[in-house]
Design a protein around this ligand. Structure first.
Ligand SMILES: Cc1cc2nc3c(=O)[nH]c(=O)nc-3n(C[C@H](O)[C@H](O)[C@H](O)COP(=O)(O)O)c2cc1C
Length: 252
């Protein structure tokens, strides 16, 4: 009888222990489950820490942190836009690249100014990925005075006052797709400050500024920047310095 009682007691204890183990396993599973429940637990944690902050600090501290939040939200909006065209694949002097030379410079400008970025992408990405084929296609587009189409919606230009516009030099000129962009957005670009930049392998800015003024006669075109494509890939610290210096000269 005594033995039976002991066995029953053991069974009961095991049941309780296993039951509790089940509970904690269930809790762990819940906290690992989908985003919504993580959000809920985050909110609860935040509420807890908020109540600690409120009881430990003055209301002045609270409004200070609120104003910090507002300020950081304000920083997100910009009246500067960076529009750029750039190619990956095989490029002159740099081999096969994953990020285009002009894209790298565009991002430096955006990082430094807090500007929004918009990439001009060809509709059907018809440009070849090998350098010699690409040069043939680009030469033909130039000869035909073509207007290759780009895809997507151009951002609402009325919310920007300054627009940086960058591209690689193709046969001593803007790639023809950029003329499509200028012509399609002639009204939106009127009255804006436009600042050109190029990447190249020897031709510099190639008259991007004058050609931009001609294409957008109602805009103000400021001094542009030319960066060697191979420097954009391989000497990024010095390129960042050049970008900084140029922006300071522009007063931006
Ligand atoms: C079709 C084509 C034409 C080019 N023509 C010139 C040129 O006339 N002068 C020059 O300095 N570089 C020229 N380049 C080199 C590019 O301007 C340079 O590699 C640039 O950094 C590429 O930028 P991306 O990677 O943003 O496209 C040409 C490159 C291509 C693909």
């Amino acid at each position: 009888m005594g033995i039976r009682k002991s066995i029953s007691a053991l069974v009961l204890i095991s049941a309780i222990v296993l039951g509790c183990a089940g509970c904690s396993a269930k809790e762990t599973k819940q906290s690992n489950s989908p985003t919504k429940s993580t959000e809920n637990s985050t909110t609860e944690l935040k509420r807890e820490s908020e109540s600690v902050t409120v009881s430990d600090s003055t209301s002045a501290d609270v409004s200070e942190s609120e104003s910090d939040t507002v300020a950081s939200e304000e920083k997100k909006t910009s009246d500067i836009l960076v529009v750029y065209f750039s190619r990956t694949g095989e490029q002159y002097n740099v081999g096969v690249i994953d990020k285009g030379n002009t894209a790298i410079v565009a991002e430096f400008i955006a990082d430094r100014t807090g500007a929004d970025l918009w990439e001009v992408l060809p509709v059907d990405d018809h440009y070849p990925m090998t350098y010699s084929e690409l040069t043939d296609v680009a030469k033909k587009e130039q000869k035909d005075d073509a207007r290759p189409q780009y895809k997507g919606e151009v951002p609402d230009l009325s919310s920007y006052s300054t627009i940086f516009i960058g591209a690689p030099v193709w046969w001593g000129d803007w790639p023809m797709i950029m003329y499509t962009f200028f012509e399609n957005n002639l009204d939106g670009l009127a009255g804006k400050t436009l600042i050109p930049f190029s990447t190249h392998e020897g031709s510099g800015l190639s008259g991007f500024d004058k050609k931009l003024s001609k294409a957008c006669p109602d805009a103000t075109v400021k001094d542009g920047l030319a960066i060697k494509g191979q420097d954009a890939q391989n000497s990024q610290d010095s390129v960042k310095e050049k970008v900084e210096e140029w922006l300071s000269e522009l007063g931006i």
